[in-house]
Design a protein around this ligand. Structure first.
Ligand SMILES: [Zn+2]
Length: 79
């Protein structure tokens, strides 16, 4: 499988409205593209288009606490 190089990694989260190819990891709820989760390596996923939450500061975010998310990033909320 060919590895695509990211041109530049942006620090800010950008909402992507055309997110039809995104998958949501069932293990850690990370939303990703590709064959497996970049965070935990799991290949179990569900459709990420059902709902997602963008965590910018997991310590201040009530949603992040409720979902037991410790990292910032984009996560699925309904799996
Ligand atoms: Zn994962």
């Amino acid at each position: 499988m060919l590895q695509r190089k990211l041109k530049k990694q942006r620090k800010g989260e950008r909402r992507n409205k055309m997110a039809s190819v995104h998958k949501a990891c069932k293990q850690c709820k990370t939303i990703y593209e590709g064959s497996k989760c970049p965070k935990c390596g799991s290949e179990e996923y569900s459709d990420a288009s059902k709902g997602k939450v963008i965590v910018l500061d997991s310590e201040k975010s009530e949603i992040a606490r409720n979902l037991k998310l410790k990292d910032k990033g984009t996560f699925a909320i309904k799996l």
